[in-house]
Design a protein around this ligand. Structure first.
Ligand SMILES: Cc1ncc(C[n+]2csc(CCOP(=O)(O)OP(=O)(O)O)c2C)c(N)n1
Ligand SMILES: [Mg+2]
Length: 319
């Protein structure tokens, strides 16, 4: 089914929003404004954007340590995100969580997570809850190539398969887990082949192709919603920058990075939308401008917001 024009433009806007937000995060981190750190998603924007474009507001996502893109794609607000990264009281976690802990139950975002692979079992729990409550909500579970080697992957996918839970597993294979290259640590070309072991469908796709991701995830979402169980989709992509903003990236060659930048998901989608007659160059530039202004406002909001008070430190904790 063709995707309507407004939706295509929204997807383009979301990708620009993710990239612009993160470019600013990198800049403000270098300026000493953001404590802790952050893991940038730049280069992988097509995955979260097109996957989430298949969801309803009441569906869920689970995210990772590299979570800004997922949250933005599910409808997260960049001003509250930026405030959280700045450690300000107006942030998503009242300034007490930072980049790796942002969650927003109101939009079904069950949280970024510093524990690699932890979202896989959380997704299973959320999907089981939807199944038991008899809703047709589904969960998209994002995780990396590295996470696909953890026990949580094997336990979580097996159980979800057996119980036919409404989950779509999206592996973001960005070719590295910290400094470990995917190709140096596995004997299979496609991580999605692991689906066979759990008796569910699996597919490996070009994760920098917006429309390919949209279609593959769309089919898996429909399957999950109809009660037919999970699917494993591997999106092959690349992170343009270091593992985190503190990584100098000495384990990759300049040539490899340049090669992947030629496959820039945003530039490709922009070209495609212009060819399809969905956007004119000028309209695409206007979207960039609009998002630049929005991001500037988000930074201003973070700058001007107060820090949490010391006596609030023990609020919102379990013990
Ligand atoms: C359980 C656990 N083991 C190890 C780490 C340290 N660690 C943080 S990110 C990461 C690599 C994750 O790689 P991948 O799943 O491919 O995600 P990517 O960073 O590439 O998006 C590791 C090993 C951790 N945070 N949690
Ligand atoms: Mg990875």
């Amino acid at each position: 089914m063709p995707i309507e024009k407004g939706k295509l433009i929204d997807m383009y806007r979301t990708m620009i929003r993710i990239r612009t937000f993160e470019e600013r995060v990198a800049k403000e981190f270098s300026a000493g404004k953001i404590p802790g750190g952050a893991h940038l998603y730049i280069g992988e924007e097509a995955v979260a954007t097109s996957a989430c474009a298949n969801l309803r507001p009441d569906d869920y996502i689970t995210s990772t340590h590299r979570g800004h893109g997922h949250l933005i794609a599910k409808g997260g607000k960049t001003d509250r995100m930026m405030a959280e990264l700045y450690g300000k009281k107006t942030g998503y976690n009242k300034g007490k969580g930072g980049s790796m802990h942002i969650a927003d139950m109101a939009i079904g975002s069950l949280g970024a997570n510093g524990i690699v692979g932890a979202g896989i079992t959380i997704a299973g729990g959320a999907a089981l809850s939807a199944q038991m409550r008899g809703t047709d909500q589904i969960v998209i579970c994002f995780f990396g190539d590295g996470a696909s080697d953890t026990t949580r992957f094997h336990e979580g996918v097996n159980m979800a398969s057996h119980w036919k839970l409404p989950v779509v597993y999206v592996i973001e294979n960005n070719m590295y887990a910290m400094s470990t290259g995917t190709r140096n640590t596995r004997n299979i070309d496609n991580l999605s082949d692991r689906a066979v072991a759990y008796g569910i469908p699996g597919a490996a796709i070009d994760g920098n192709d917006v429309l390919a991701v949209y279609k593959a995830v769309g089919e898996a979402v429909a399957r999950a919603r109809q009660g037919e169980g999970p699917t494993l989709i591997e999106c092959k992509t690349y992170r343009w920058y270091g593992h985190s903003v503190m990584d100098r990236g000495t384990y990759r060659t300049k040539e490899e990075i340049a090669e992947w930048k030629k496959k820039d998901p945003i530039a490709r989608f922009r070209k495609k939308l212009i060819e399809m007659g969905v956007l004119a160059e000028k309209e695409a530039d206007e979207i960039n401008q609009e998002i630049n202004e929005e991001t500037e406002k988000a930074v201003q909001f973070a700058e001007e917001s107060p820090l949490p008070a010391p006596e609030e430190a023990l609020e919102d904790v379990f013990a």
